[in-house]
Design a protein around this ligand. Structure first.
Ligand SMILES: C[S@@+](CC[C@H](N)C(=O)[O-])C[C@H]1O[C@@H](n2cnc3c(N)ncnc32)[C@H](O)[C@@H]1O
Length: 281
């Protein structure tokens, strides 16, 4: 890809006056530098290949806004054994797929996070993970933040942390949460975490740096009950696959937008609308 990029630039040079050629060269030098730097970073980190000190340990895991259980699956992929203490989601189809994928009893499933009594699980959870709905903070939504009831669901997560006292919590959300309302929303969220008495760190991570062929930036807040814990966010690892590996060569024409649809989404009127409105969400 880098190679192609340089070839394309070469072609462009022939049509550019000198001062512009300099600019393009500088951009390429930066581009190369970034790539070399990233390669060096990759070589010093292989945390995903490290041996576990206690491979037989079972992590007592609880999730809120569980969705299809991405966290549950990620731990499985890392060959970490888990016992699901509880999970919750208010979508009935989500529940259906969750129950197909993971071992959980009906009494440990909550169809609304407001019904979770964290006191019932006090000191019985090792890891509590939750990513409350992100639409109110997302760059492609109306960004109403806490003014949208979905935004306030964050407080339910904080409440359950306070009540259940998990050893570790991970709160995850869209990158837009960090700059929403000029950063005030995130400040409020961090102030709430401060009150919980946990030692926490936060960082925006990109899925493409952690084994997924997708540019997906998310804010992660990781908190430890044991304040002596010396946690550091993991370093990037090299991608083993690109999207190209997953794309099929032949796609049935039924999956393509018809001419009318293409005209609709590319019309100048609709290009000004945000994606969600266009999709009718
Ligand atoms: C951003 S998604 C989380 C996706 C999840 N991390 C996964 O692995 O698929 C938010 C989820 O919260 C659920 N949700 C929204 N309001 C809820 C509520 N009051 N109680 C429980 N779940 C809720 C939605 O149905 C959605 O699946």
């Amino acid at each position: 890809m880098l190679h192609n990029n340089i070839i394309n630039r070469d072609l462009e040079f022939k049509q550019l006056p000198n001062e512009q050629t300099d600019k393009v060269l500088k951009i390429d030098a930066n581009y190369l530098h970034l790539n070399i730097k990233q390669k060096l970073d990759f070589s010093k980190t292989m945390w995903n290949k490290k041996k576990l000190s206690n491979p037989n340990a079972k992590i007592r895991l609880a999730t809120m806004f569980s969705g299809i259980g991405a966290v549950e699956f990620a731990l499985k992929r890392l060959k970490l054994s888990t016992k699901i203490i509880f999970a919750s989601d208010n979508d009935k189809f989500v529940k259906q797929s969750y129950f197909e994928n993971y071992k959980i009893s009906e009494e440990n499933w909550y169809s609304d996070v407001i019904n979770i009594d964290g006191n019932k699980y006090k000191n019985k959870i090792d890891l509590l993970v939750g990513g409350s709905p992100c639409q109110s903070f997302s760059m492609i939504g109306k960004r109403k933040g806490f003014a949208d009831t979905r935004g306030t669901l964050f407080y339910e997560f904080a409440r359950v942390v306070k009540e259940s006292q998990p050893k570790v919590f991970i709160y995850e959300n869209v990158k837009g949460l960090t700059n929403h309302d000029k950063g005030n929303t995130f400040e409020t969220i961090l102030a709430t975490f401060d009150e919980l008495g946990y030692k926490y760190s936060h960082k925006i991570l990109n899925a493409k740096n952690f084994g997924m062929a997708q540019h997906r930036e998310r804010i992660f807040v990781v908190g430890f009950l044991d304040k002596s814990n010396d946690f550091d966010f993991p370093e990037p690892i090299e991608l083993q696959h690109t999207m190209q590996d997953f794309l099929e060569d032949y796609i049935d024409s039924k999956y393509y937008l018809k001419e009318k649809g293409v005209k609709f989404v590319t019309s100048s009127k609709n290009r000004k609308k945000d994606t969600l409105k266009l999709m009718g969400i």
